[in-house]
Design a protein around this ligand. Sequence first.
Ligand code: GLN
Length: 473
Amino acid sequence: MTISLTVDEIHRLYEKGDATPSEIVRAALDRIEESQSSLNAYLTVSRESALKRAETLDSGIRDAVRVLPLAGIPVAIKDNMCTEGVRTTCGSRILGNYIPPYTATAVKQLEAAGAIIVGKTNLDEFAMGSSTENSAYGPVRNPVNTDYVPGGSSGGSAVAVAAGHVPISLGSDTGGSIRQPASYCGIVGLKPTYGRVSRYGLVAFASSLDQIGPFARNVRDAARALSAISGRDVHDSTSAPVSAPDYLAALTGDVKGLRVGVPAECFGEGLDAEVKERVEAGIARLRERGAEVVDVSLPHSRYVVSVYYIIATAEASSNLARFDGVRYGYRTQQARTLSDMYRRTRDEGFGAEVKRRIMLGTFVLSSGYYDAYYEKAQRVRAMLVRDFDSAFEKCDVIATPTAPTPAFKLGEKSDDPLAMYLNDIYTVTINLAGLPGVSVPCGETRAGLPVGLQLIGSHFDEARLLNAACALE
Ligand code: GLN
């Protein structure tokens, strides 16, 4: 049995008695194991616990699908979300043996909606990267063509969905890590508004930018997953007390009169010609369906990558200070003194990209440079927020490419961090402004690589955003 099915399709099987959660979950696990040597998408596969939970759902599944939106649905979780009793590595050596004593709220919410966790997925170490080549446990490969990267940092979660293991997975997005791999793998990836989903139990990279969100094969499943994980959480003071509408009900596909803003700044230099063509064709489809396309401007776009890599690294350098060999995970065997223990633990535990970011972040926060870099970046961040405020006076959603190019080959950019960072040019702004964004597939290049179109909404306007995505799909 193949499980490249959507949630609705699996639920129909359950309703008709044509499959049980045990059968669906076993099929998912078999596929995962078959693909592991070629794709390397998982760091932990939870065969026993998944089958055990599926079994408890088997007999009541016909009734369960009526009340639980994800009843009996296998899901995969990025390995930077804590899962009680299950190893959570963040793709790092330093957390190689870390077993959390609690489960992240978003993961608990998925389970409460009936989902069954089949595994923890591979990622760039501490979610730092755009290709999933920075994992201490080896790179992930793109199922569309295994010579290519799946994007990152949530590459494993994107592959879990794209390769047909599960209909839904969770990723985290600090600067594009859900949307960019979704675009490289040809699936839907949603970053919710900052505060829409609890970050409790998500290992922090850059706390003012991080947000958990779903991958899915269609917009409907993404909407369903978002409904499950949304809402205020007493454990996360940045989760917003805003009620979540019924996202599924919002998916009418009717975009008559919807104003779609197109910022010229996102279609200029550096954009691959084929990507441009596909994205423009996607925007034209929205127009054909009754949307009104308007020009908008994001005048500070040229600063976004610099601003992001100052703020994200500053926050990361402070968040990662907690990994000192005392409280969590790995500790060096070599040390003679306490400070020697800290130094060696961090040297042996962290990979090159994480060290680069800790150094950069420490530098931009240090006395003498704070005003020149960190404070200035914060000021430009405020200007970027204002750019969006004025753009949203003229439109309801904004359309851009998700990434400037399609997927690239493994190894192609690993020695050039700056080229890697430039991949994030269309996605990081959305995190800096706290807005929701979704990447929707909009065709392929002549070489057969998927292209993603990014739609951006105003704060907490996911319902309208997802409906526009649905119309495009
Ligand atoms: N590629 C970006 C970075 O490396 C975004 C990562 C993310 O969203 N977690 O920082």
